[in-house]
Design a protein around this ligand. Structure first.
Ligand SMILES: C[S@@+](CC[C@H](N)C(=O)[O-])C[C@H]1O[C@@H](n2cnc3c(N)ncnc32)[C@H](O)[C@@H]1O
Length: 241
């Protein structure tokens, strides 16, 4: 009996160690690192692109700048998302909640908007903004750089505005997002157009449509449409297979 127990414990330990080794090998083959790199990036590369620095909470005012209404036309983005009352949505990298409260208004009190952040300071600001906008149908979630901490198969739509390019672990984050989507649920990338040199944003904070589609191709996602009503950003929509 004792021998059997020791054998089972040793077998489980060996299996767990193998899983850990496999995960770390997968991660090390997924990402590469360079000492010399763009100062706006972290020196870590994924699919031929350098990952940008995370925007710190000290820059929160920039997310609320009045010019943003003209530069980004959040009203046009809300229409393009084709949300319905009662939908469950998530705003990943929600920042000050600029898009969380807007989505929460469209889905109404029968819907739920998750605001996911890795900076507690941003969630604290977001909570105040939700009071200002009289929004209660939201839930704040403090995620990690690899995990959204969202419930499985619960979401009709995930929105990522100006955040994907700064995910430290883009593959792991997207895997977590895909697990949180309902079958047929949509995930939407909104990124400054890299193809347009007139968009006045640092290069690593822009993405081309081709790069987004290349990175989405390794996920259980199907491209639905790319919409271009916004002055500076792509809206690229996929659905969960
Ligand atoms: C440039 S801000 C954009 C905020 C908001 N989406 C907007 O457009 O107003 C990017 C935000 O994403 C957050 N972020 C970065 N990586 C993240 C991750 N892996 N999970 C959740 N949030 C993340 C940062 O903390 C930062 O607040």
């Amino acid at each position: 009996m004792r021998t059997k127990l020791i054998f089972t414990v040793s077998f489980l330990a060996a299996a767990l160690s193998l899983v850990a080794q496999t995960n770390s090998t997968a991660e090390s083959s997924r990402y590469t690192y360079q000492k010399e790199h763009d100062p706006n990036g972290i020196g870590k590369f994924y699919q031929g692109r350098e990952i940008a620095h995370v925007m710190g909470h000290e820059g929160a005012d920039w997310l609320e700048r009045p010019e943003r209404m003209e530069e980004e036309r959040p009203d046009l983005l809300m229409t393009a998302l084709k949300l319905h009352p009662g939908d469950s949505v998530a705003d990943i990298g929600a920042g000050t909640g600029y898009f969380t409260w807007r989505m929460a208004k469209v889905i109404g009190n029968t819907g739920k908007a998750y605001a996911v952040e890795i900076q507690q300071e941003m969630l604290d600001i977001l909570a105040k903004k939700m009071v200002e906008h009289e929004t209660t149908n939201f839930v704040s979630v403090l995620g990690t750089i690899t995990d959204t901490k969202l419930p499985a198969k619960s979401l009709d739509l995930v929105l990522m505005v100006d955040v994907y390019h700064e995910f430290d672990h883009p593959y792991e984050m997207m895997d977590s997002i895909c697990r949180a989507l309902k079958p047929g649920g949509r995930v939407v990338w909104v990124e400054y157009r890299k193809e347009d040199p007139n968009v006045p944003i640092k290069l690593l904070h822009k993405m081309s449509e081709a790069q987004v589609r290349k990175e989405a191709a390794m996920l259980p996602l199907q491209w639905v449409e790319t919409l271009e009503p916004l002055p500076r950003q792509h809206i690229i929509v996929f659905k969960r297979k």
